[in-house]
Design a binder for this molecule. Structure first.
Ligand SMILES: Nc1ncnc2c1ncn2[C@@H]1O[C@H](COP(=O)(O)OP(=O)(O)OP(=O)(O)O)[C@@H](O)[C@H]1O
Ligand SMILES: [Mg+2]
Length: 325
């Protein structure tokens, strides 16, 4: 059995959008030439500023969105080649948890049916009692009480709702889960509980995670490796282990400096670099030529305005897309 569960090659996604009414549609480059693998059992963290393409990548891997080109291999199988029925079956192995369970959970359904729905769709358990038993077991594993079975999502707190969506995703016994900002909408104390739950469940069910967040510190804490995205491209990919593995890409360094700036943790100040990320993120409709990051880069040279840097290995297992590293 190969180490790699998911292999993404040259994946690109373009949306065609109108900037204003009556204007012609223009190409928005949400993902460009993404090449990345996710190892079996690992948590790959995916970070970057809002709009850089994190959710689009997660959705393309699950084929909730059709990429324009490239391939996605799941356990060696090219899933972009699967027909609807084969993909429907495949999706049982691949689930997604969203940031806002209030909008992703059907408000009219009871917890029992929300969690048990997957059992019915995929024909995992058929009898009512069997389904109920398994729903209860899953609820207990996710920290939900049995007396919540007949209640509806609006009766719960944000953290409990997220537990419901986690139980719902787990019901179909997936191997891979895209966690798309699963704790961003929660209070800090609740965030830690949900993160701990995800970590425990990963161990128990041997899950592989793609963990999406805009918070580099959080992602580094819970991931095995971290990929950093900017304007639809992977800028850096490294182990999350900080010792000897400081980020090298100017964008990641700037991102880290801005996180430490806002963190009220004095200890981190020593590690803080004095880098300010200037200007706004450019539009993916008209991304900068050459390196997409050059318009905000403190290391920029002439070459960066002309040539796109490829993601190259700078140390073992550590990749960066920069001409000057
Ligand atoms: N269905 C869509 N139609 C048109 N444009 C889209 C669509 N979905 C996403 N986009 C655009 O694609 C780009 C990437 O969006 P995406 O949602 O993947 O970013 P993100 O990194 O997940 O951002 P956030 O951190 O805010 O969730 C953005 O410019 C977004 O506006
Ligand atoms: Mg997103």
């Amino acid at each position: 059995m190969s180490d790699t569960l998911i292999k993404i090659k040259n994946l690109s996604k373009v949306y065609h959008v109108k900037e204003k009414a009556f204007y012609a549609k223009r190409a928005l480059h949400a993902l460009t030439d993404i090449d990345i693998s996710i190892k079996r059992g690992e948590t790959l963290g995916l970070v970057g500023e809002s709009g850089c393409g994190k959710s689009t990548l997660g959705r393309c891997i699950l084929r909730l969105e059709e990429p324009d080109c490239g391939s996605v291999f799941y356990d060696g199988e090219d899933i972009l080649a699967l027909n609807d029925e084969a993909m429907r079956r495949k999706r049982r192995q691949m689930q997604i948890i969203f940031q806002d369970p209030a909008s992703s959970l059907n408000p009219y359904m009871k917890v029992r049916d929300l969690i048990g729905e997957g059992y019915k769709i995929h024909g995992i358990f058929k009898g009512k009692d069997e389904i109920e038993e398994n729903v209860k077991e899953l609820m207990a594993k996710c920290g939900l009480k049995e007396d919540m079975l007949s209640r509806k999502p609006h009766e719960f707190s944000g953290g409990q709702r997220q537990r419901i969506s986690i139980a719902r995703a787990l019901a179909v016994k997936p191997s891979f889960i895209v966690c798309d900002e699963p704790v961003s909408a929660l209070d800090v104390s609740v965030q830690a509980q949900i993160i701990n739950l995800l970590v425990d469940l990963q161990e128990e069910f041997e899950l592989t995670y793609l963990f999406i967040s805009h918070d580099l510190k959080l992602v580094e804490q819970i991931s095995d490796r971290v990929a950093v995205m900017y304007l639809g491209r992977i800028m850096e990919l490294k182990s999350a282990d900080k010792i000897g593995e400081e980020p090298v890409h100017p964008y990641t360094r700037a991102l880290l400096a801005s996180t430490l700036d806002t963190a009220a943790n004095g200890k981190d100040d020593a590690a803080k670099e004095d880098i300010v990320l200037e200007g706004d993120i450019p539009s993916p409709i008209d991304p900068p030529k050459g390196c997409v990051f050059h318009t905000r880069c403190f290391m920029k040279k002439d070459k960066c305005t002309r040539e796109i840097p490829s993601l190259k290995e700078v140390r073992k297992g550590h990749y960066a897309a920069c001409h000057f590293i």
